[in-house]
Design a protein around this ligand. Structure first.
Ligand SMILES: *[C@@H]1O[C@H](CO)[C@@H](O)[C@H](O)[C@H]1NC(C)=O
Ligand SMILES: *[C@@H]1O[C@H](CO)[C@@H](O)[C@H](O)[C@H]1NC(C)=O
Length: 266
């Protein structure tokens, strides 16, 4: 097919055509919302028949649908509004967007594809402060295959990059992390050291999306407790003691001088 097109147009025009077709097919719209927010997948088209929203990979599982008489939520949490349908607004509202609902959604009119929309969730960010020797717990918010990427903030620490992958129940880690990383309901990295500080990024491998970033700082040891004790004695107490000492000194000197004068008189 491309050959016949090539023959009928100059190569420069052909490249332009190919470029525009790839760009239009690639520009699939996406909606990105915060976890548990509602998301509206918009679609403005006229349809006098049956409109259905489905997940692209499951075209027979209707989520919500509308026809001239009414709209129905086939699956809980997916809504279409009949007034809007009559106006040509075929939007789907997802009431509680979570990681399991990340997908490409399709809207069709009597089986004819009208709109394609992708739902994405904003990555989570969690700052973590831990004591040296404690464990870092990384929750896996999705059941999809993920990789854990470490982005170091300490030049003396381990190098940045992928440290583990999790696929189902199977955990694979680099040699450096094999002994320290465990996987139960979450990942657990044992024996954190100050140089382990940095970002630990949970990334969905299939969609190449960041799911969760843990920004980890490890508290430095305070080897000198005396500094803390010093801070306990307030400055006014110190001043008062000094003043008292000076007063005692002056009084003693005066007393001694008086005693001497008395002795000299006798
Ligand atoms: C379309 O309908 C949705 C609700 O289903 C609404 O949130 C949105 O604002 C509507 N869009 C327009 C352009 O009216
Ligand atoms: C790691 O950190 C650098 C510098 O802060 C940043 O440019 C880079 O995007 C980070 N990598 C990831 C995977 O977040």
């Amino acid at each position: 097919m491309c050959w016949s097109v090539m023959q009928s147009c100059s190569s420069a025009v052909c490249v332009l055509i190919l470029l525009t077709t790839t760009l239009t097919t690639a520009s699939e719209s996406a909606v990105k919302v915060n976890l548990h927010d509602s998301a509206t997948l918009s679609c403005s088209e006229r349809c006098s028949g049956l409109v259905r929203w489905t997940v692209f990979t499951k075209p027979t599982d209707t989520l919500a649908e509308c026809d001239q008489t009414s709209c129905r939520s086939v699956k809980e949490g997916y809504q279409m509004i009949h007034d809007q349908y009559l106006k040509g607004n075929l939007s789907l509202t997802i009431t509680d967007a979570d990681f399991t609902k990340r997908a490409r959604y399709t809207c069709d009119c009597d089986g004819k594809d009208l709109c394609d929309m992708k739902l994405q969730i904003e990555p989570l960010n969690t700052p973590v402060q831990i004591e040296p020797g404690e464990s870092l717990v990384l929750k896996l918010d999705v059941s999809d295959p993920v990789e854990v990427i470490y982005n170091s903030t300490d030049a003396a620490g381990p190098s940045s990059g992928q440290i583990c992958t999790v696929d189902g129940r199977s955990l694979q880690c680099n040699d450096e992390y094999k002994q320290r990383m465990a996987f139960f309901s979450a990942l657990e990295l044992r024996g954190m050291k100050p140089y382990d500080s940095g970002d630990y990024i949970i990334m969905d491998i299939r969609n190449e999306e960041v799911i969760h970033t843990y920004t980890v700082t490890i508290k430095d040891d305070q080897p000198c407790p005396c500094r803390d004790q010093g801070a306990v004695v307030p400055a006014w107490m110190f001043t008062l003691t000094m003043v008292a000492l000076v007063v005692v000194c002056v009084v003693s000197v005066v007393m001694i001088l008086r005693k001497r004068r008395e002795i000299e008189r006798h």
